[in-house]
Write a protein that binds this ligand. Sequence first.
Ligand SMILES: Cc1ncc(COP(=O)(O)O)c(C=O)c1O
Length: 296
Amino acid sequence: MEKEPLVYIDGSLVPKSQAKISVFDHGFLYGDGVFESIMVFNGVAFQIKEHVDRLYDSAKALCLEIPLTKEEMLKAIINAVRVNGLRDAYIRVLVTRGVGDLGLDPRKCRKPTLIIIVDKIKLFKDEAWSQGVTAIISSVRRDRVDATTHEIKSMNYLNSILAKLEANAVGADEAIMLDERGFVSEGATDNIFIVKGGVIYTPQRSSGILPGITRRRIMMLAEELGYHVVEKDITPAELLTADEVFLTGTAASIVPVVKIAGRTIGDGKPGVITRKLMEKFRELKESPAEGIKVFE
Ligand SMILES: Cc1ncc(COP(=O)(O)O)c(C=O)c1O
């Protein structure tokens, strides 16, 4: 029989089938918690420090005190990967408000719950990277920056799920969301870039995006390749008439978008600059320089 994966819950490693939390946990009752996704590429927990920093920033914005220091958190994550023996994996770290009563007052929750899952994930079909994906422009606007903003990586993803439902309804792979002013914000679970006339553009944080760790890495790689990257407001018309469009995210890396709301992007194939960036990112994944070695 295959060995069951082990899940870390509050300091204990338990088999997946027994990895359970209380129904009174406010992460479950109210989506009150924060999370991170981290990839392990070739035995290296890729950009793990950036993810842990963002986890603590998200928690701070929610007045959620994580009971571990960052150093202890890094050790707990690395150990969870090690005991599961996966050289290539997807890690999900969750910190919920913890167990409280049925009211939503966070003060009733005495101790946050910490969960670390080490598994695999598949966000798009296999051909997505070679052929590109399709997208809609969702009627669901990205949450405002003065509301449940996605700048905070919280466990409350209904805003994205509503958009994803619209994409599913018409058989599109992804939903692109606009901010409350009507400018392009991001995908349901990824950041977005467009290319026009050899220049790369991406929305600013003020469009309510999650400041993606992959987004930042891609901006750096693009600059290394000699491209100019501009953060600016992007209109839906600019999106639909772009030469190239691509999405970035931890689990998906870079995914070309070839059709949006019935319009073909460029010539309907992954663009030249997108492919160059995909190649650069692939090299990085094969021998990740930024991260912590889990296995020698
Ligand atoms: C809403 C949202 N935007 C963007 C991203 C991409 O961010 P990152 O590259 O840090 O994974 C994600 C995925 O984590 C996301 O959920």
